[in-house]
Design a protein around this ligand. Structure first.
Ligand SMILES: [Zn+2]
Length: 389
């Protein structure tokens, strides 16, 4: 299934993917999702926030179901597994259960949440944040991409109604439990499959360093008001303070205005991603970096501790040879975290990543481990939907 979509949004020069939400690549992936649903006789639809659903059974008639799945968008120059592995494994797990003649005692769905990475509009997990009401729809409609296009215009351009964005109680009521399978994004997992304990608190902040544009040659050093220097100091300070506070801090995106090689910039806008095991330490780092500069918090996701009863049950079902799957925390954010914070019982399965590389073209999982992931996910679905073969 991953081979079906391996050319979509791929940069042939680097092997990296660019699958921005609502881009032509994303639209092709959405069609692929719907095609996968239809060929399996699943009932597919898009909710009013742009998330895709493929139901085996009818949650409106038979009550809330077990939802699995992930996302299909990518970071820029991302890997092939982050997101699509969870969606493909969800369909494969359903195939496996059906092949065994399994009949679930409640509906099961595959979900694809829209714009999980936030690569285009800056806010991650837009689809699940809108669904659960933690992202204000009018703020979402006004989010602009790098070309200055607002989500509102982008949705209209794709024939969607931006007026429909916002908390969706009807869709939420159909999610009894959510189990997301995802490629592991570090090297912590030694077994083929693991289970998440918690997601670190994390956020994104925009820093605007303002200065005065002037000639790179004729302006004497003492006459300069160069915002690039403040930015450079902030990058180095972020690294030092991350070490001090035991957190992770990254300036991964920067925009320079006007962007002439022979001129002092007037504005440097940079985005800080900070996360760590403790909220207070992350907050302290951002606070310390904020002196004398304009800082806007673009997103904040509190720590998510997954339901411990569900986690143990999932670990037992996903285990091999009588051993429960190992349990580990993650430093990456996920739609599962957003749903868990909204009160949905949620669990995550991770598939081993031998190098730990993620959000880059080198992201990889061995085919045998991906198969173990499908087998584990099918076992979890079977356990939680309690039917019999
Ligand atoms: Zn992901």
């Amino acid at each position: 299934m991953l081979a079906d979509i391996e050319q979509i949004g791929r940069n042939p020069r680097t092997g990296g993917y660019r699958r921005d939400a609502w881009s032509p690549a994303d639209m092709q992936l959405r069609e692929w999702f719907t095609h996968q649903a239809v060929t399996r006789g699943l009932t597919s639809h898009e909710d009013r926030n742009g998330n895709l659903w493929a139901w085996w059974g009818d949650p409106a008639a038979d009550g809330p179901g077990l939802v699995t799945g992930s996302h299909l968008d990518s970071v820029r120059e991302g890997g092939a597994f982050d997101g699509p592995l969870g969606v493909a494994s969800a369909f494969q797990a359903i195939d496996l259960l059906r092949g065994d003649g399994f009949r679930p005692d409640r509906p099961i769905a595959v979900a694809c949440f829209t714009d999980e990475e936030g690569a285009r509009f800056g806010v991650p997990c837009i689809g699940s944040r809108l669904l659960t009401g933690v992202l204000d729809p009018s703020r979402a409609r006004g989010l602009a991409d790098d070309e200055g296009l607002c989500l509102d215009e982008v949705l209209r351009g794709q024939g969607r109604d931006p007026g429909g964005l916002g908390r969706d109680d009807e869709t939420l009521a159909h999610i009894g439990v959510f189990v997301e399978l995802h490629v592991e994004q570090g090297r912590a997992l030694q077994a083929p499959v693991g289970v998440a304990s918690a997601i670190w608190p994390h956020g994104r902040w925009r820093f605007d360093f303002r200065g005065t544009a002037d000639h790179a040659g004729t302006t004497a050093l003492e006459d300069r008001d160069d915002p690039m220097l403040a930015y450079a100091r902030a990058v180095l300070a972020a690294r030092l303070q991350a070490e001090t506070h035991g957190v992770r801090a990254t300036f991964g995106k920067v925009r320079v205005e006007p962007g002439n090689a022979n001129a002092i910039p007037s504005l440097v806008t940079a985005w800080l991603d900070a996360r760590g095991p403790e909220t207070a330490a992350v907050r302290r780092l951002v606070e310390e970096l904020s002196h004398g500069v304009e800082v806007t918090e673009e997103s904040w996701t509190p720590e998510v501790v997954f339901d411990d009863v569900l986690r143990l049950r999932v670990a037992c079902a996903a285990g091999f040879d009588g051993h429960p799957a190992p349990i580990l925390p993650t430093a990456a954010g996920h739609d599962a975290g957003i749903l868990a914070s909204a009160g949905v019982p949620t669990a995550m399965l991770f598939v081993r990543n031998p190098t730990g590389v993620s959000h880059a073209p080198g992201e990889f999982a061995e085919p045998a481990d991906c198969v173990s992931g499908v087998v584990a996910l099918a076992a979890v679905l079977a356990d939680l939907t309690g039917g019999g073969a």
